[in-house]
Ligand binder design. Structure first.
Ligand code: ADP
Ligand code: MG
Length: 336
C-alpha cells in the first residue's frame, strides 16, 4: 500500500497507535498542539536536525527502521550534550510518492523505539508529500536543572579533554560503502545506529564534573574547534591517545591515512568534554555509562589547536570536519 491510499490522517492515526502515552503528556498526537509537563524549575532544552536523502543518508545503505532510529538518536545526542534528560520528540516527514507504506512504518517504528529507549515520547510532527527526496525533520525537547546545564563555553586552560566511546567507526563504514567494499559489521552498526550518550551526559552534569561539553557530529577537530571558540581557549591533543575500536585499529594498522577519519570523519555522536584538574581523578576512577578517554588538555587561547601525530610530531592542520557548504567538501554520502 502507498501513503496516498491510506491518506495523511490515516497515517497519522497509525503513528498515534504506535506511541505509548507518557505521564508527562497531557495531549500528544492529535490536537493542534501537544500539551506537556516539565519537571518544576527545570530549563527547557530544544534542538532540531534535518536529514535529507542523498545528503545525510542513502536508502540503499540503511533499513528504514535503522534510519528512523538514527534520526531520533542524533537529536537525543544534542540533549545529552547539554547534560539534559530527553523528554519529547517531533517528527516531520516529507515523503516521496514511491515510498511503500511498510517502509514508512518501519521508519516510524525505529524512531519510536529509539525514543522510548531514551525515555522520550513522540509528541507530534508534520506529514507532507515530497516531490523529490525523503526528508526527515526532527525536533527534540529535554530538560535540565539550571545549575547543571553544560555549554560549549566554560573550558579553562589546564582542563583535561575527554571523549566517550571510540572515534572514526562511522566514517570508516561510510568510506567502505562509498568504495563498494563490504563494510565491517561493527563499523556499519556504528554508522547506522549511533548511540546517544544520554546516561553519560546526565551523569557528568549531575556530578558537576565537566566545564564544557559538545557532541561530535561533524568530526572531532571541527567540534573541538566549536568548543574552543565558545570557551575562548586553545588545546593540545595527541593522536596516540585517541580511543579507537578494534576494527578501526585493524584497518588503521594497514592504512595510516585513516587517522584523518578519526580526527575529522564525523557522525561519531560521542561526547567531548573538559574537566578541571582538581576533578580529573574523580572522573578517571568513577564508573560511567560509557568509556571515557583523556585525549589532551586545554591551553591558553594564543596556543590555538595543536594536534600531535602518533609519533609525537605536530600534525599540519589540513584536516577539517565535513562542511556542507564547502565547494569540494569531503565525503557526505553523495560524494560516493
Ligand atoms: P495541523 O494541520 O494543525 O498542523 P496536522 O494535521 O498536521 O495538524 O497534524 C495533526 C496531528 O498529528 C498533530 O498533533 C501533529 O503533531 C500530529 N502529526 C502529524 N504528522 C506527524 C508525524 N509525522 N509524526 C507524529 N505526529 C504527527
Ligand atoms: Mg501540520
Amino acid at each position: 500500500m502507498k501513503l496516498a491510499e491510506l491518506g495523511e490522517f490515516g497515517f497519522i492515526d497509525r503513528i498515534r497507535g504506535r506511541v505509548r502515552d507518557g505521564t508527562d503528556v497531557v495531549l500528544g498526537i492529535g490536537d493542534d498542539c501537544a500539551a506537556l509537563r516539565l519537571p518544576a524549575g527545570e530549563l527547557l532544552l530544544t534542538s532540531t536536525d534535518l536529514l535529507i536523502e542523498e545528503i545525510h543518508f542513502r536508502r540503499a545503505w540503511t533499513s528504514l527502521f535503522d534510519l528512523g532510529a538514527k534520526s531520533a538518536a542524533v537529536n537525543l545526542s544534542d540533549i545529552a550534550a547539554m547534560g539534559g534528560t530527553p523528554r519529547f520528540l517531533y517528527l516531520g516527514l516529507g515523503i516521496p510518492a514511491d515510498l511503500p507504506l511498510a517502509e514508512l512504518e518501519a521508519l516510524v517504528d525505529g524512531f519510536t523505539q529509539e525514543a522510548e529507549d531514551a525515555g522520550a515520547t513522540l509528541a507530534g510532527g508534520d506529514t507532507c508529500r515530497s516531490p523529490g527526496p525523503l526528508l526527515i525533520a526532527v525536533t527534540v525537547e529535554g530538560s535540565v536543572p539550571p545549575g547543571e546545564l553544560l555549554r560549549r563555553g566554560g573550558a579553562r586552560p589546564g582542563d583535561g579533554i575527554y571523549l566517550s566511546g571510540t572515534l572514526g567507526d562511522s566514517a570508516l563504514a561510510l568510506r567502505q560503502l562509498q568504495q563498494g567494499l563490504p563494510p565491517e559489521p561493527f563499523l556499519l552498526q556504528r554508522h547506522r545506529r549511533p548511540t546517544a550518550r544520554i546516561g553519560l551526559g546526565r551523569a557528568l552534569a549531575a556530578a558537576g564534573l565537566a566545564t564544557a561539553m559538545i557532541d561530535l557530529s561533524d568530526g572531532l577537530l571541527a567540534d573541538l574547534g566549536h568548543l574552543l571558540t565558545a570557551s575562548g581557549v586553545g588545546a593540545e591533543i595527541s593522536a596516540a591517545t585517541l580511543p579507537l575500536s578494534a576494527p578501526f585499529r585493524a584497518a588503521f594498522a594497514a592504512a595510516p591515512e585513516l587517522l584523518e577519519l578519526a580526527l575529522a570523519g564525523g557522525e561519531d555522536y560521542e561526547l567531548l568534554f573538559t574537566v578541571p584538574p582538581s576533578r580529573e581523578g574523580e572522573l578517571q576512577t568513577g564508573t560511567w555509562p560509557a568509556t571515557v578517554t583523556r585525549i589532551g588538555s586545554v591551553t591558553p587561547p594564543e596556543c590555538g589547536l595543536t594536534v600531535k601525530g602518533p609519533d609525537g610530531a605536530v600534525l599540519p592542520m589540513a584536516h577539517r570536519g565535513f562542511n556542507h557548504f564547502a565547494p569540494t567538501g569531503p565525503a557526505g554520502p553523495v560524494a560516493g
